[in-house]
Design a binder for this molecule. Structure first.
Ligand code: PAF
Length: 288
């Protein structure tokens, strides 16, 4: 594995790979790697000649009062994990390199951001779309890998790639979970012992919602009341617990097609998110 620390060098290296006709799988991360990231690298390894992983805690996607400064970082450990996970190029730029002067252009995401994390974290997805546009230009990927834990992020990246005619294939990868169902996340380290136990309720509530749908419930209010009821039993505070069509993230009076149930719960030091995506069969067809 080689490590590249500047944008200029990164672009140089990817140009060479592209000239040699190699495919590039890109895994963008903010580091503090866990099994979720490693699953992305593993898939990228299987599908591409070269695997590039970036580690960059992007200041532009953190709002005032959010955890940019305290976001967990451990570059030594990340290097070892990346190398063991089959990464060929680790890109670790400094913030001054990615954001050289005052920005001339910031990508402004217009849709799919007025709900869920986009509503509670104003400007967050502009920061994500801006840094990804930069990273895509530097790494020139054939395929990019994103975890479905951040399903709204996947929906935004899908819009970014399509709207800007980027010649990149988006590969969403299933959420990796702990044994009790809690989604793996860099922020899980902030949970106290009792919060960690309670946190399993996030996925349990999503599964309960999915079961109600499987049993024929189509009224979003009925489903979400039950999901919220389960989350309210924890010591965490619900930031949101909502149900939308996916990936366009619109409310529906009656559920049909592809939908997402998404939840975010604030514990004392960590805000956890999770979701489940369900393809609802067309009920009318069953009557034929
Ligand atoms: O999901 C993340 O870790 C970040 O939002 C990403 C995609 C690396 C952009 O900074």
């Amino acid at each position: 594995m080689i490590e590249i620390k500047t944008a200029k060098d990164m672009q140089c290296v990817t140009k060479t790979y592209r000239k040699e006709g190699k495919t590039i799988g890109f895994v963008p991360t903010m580091g503090f790697l866990h099994e979720g990231h490693m699953a992305l690298a593993e898939k990228a390894r299987k599908e591409n000649d070269i695997v590039v992983m970036s580690i960059f805690v992007n200041p532009l996607q953190f709002g005032p009062g959010e955890d940019f400064e305290s976001y967990p970082r451990d570059i030594e450990r990340d290097r070892k994990l990346a190398e063991g996970g089959g990464v060929d190029v680790l890109f670790t730029p400094a913030p001054e390199d990615m954001y050289q002067q005052e920005s001339t252009v910031i990508v402004n995401v217009k849709k799919r951001t007025d709900v869920l994390c986009g509503r509670s974290r104003v400007g967050h997805f502009d920061g994500v779309a801006t840094v990804l546009t930069k990273l895509f230009n530097l790494t020139s990927p054939t395929r990019v890998y994103f975890g479905m834990k951040d399903a709204q992020q996947v929906a935004v990246v899908d819009g970014l790639i399509n709207d800007f005619f980027m010649d990149i294939k988006l590969v969403p990868v299933d959420t990796v979970r702990e044994e009790d169902g809690l989604a793996k996340s860099s922020r899980n380290v902030y949970l106290s012992k009792s919060e960690r136990e309670e946190a399993a309720a996030l996925y349990q509530s999503l599964q309960h919602g999915a079961r109600l749908i499987a049993d024929g419930e189509r009224n979003p209010d009925v489903i979400m009341e039950e999901v919220r009821g389960m989350l309210n039993k924890t010591s965490g505070v619900i930031d949101y617990a909502e149900i939308y069509s996916y990936p366009d993230l619109k409310s529906r009076e009656m559920l049909s097609g592809k939908i997402i149930i998404a939840v975010a719960v604030k514990f004392s030091k960590a805000r956890l998110i999770d979701n489940i995506i369900i393809d609802i069969p067309d009920d009318r067809k069953e009557d034929l």
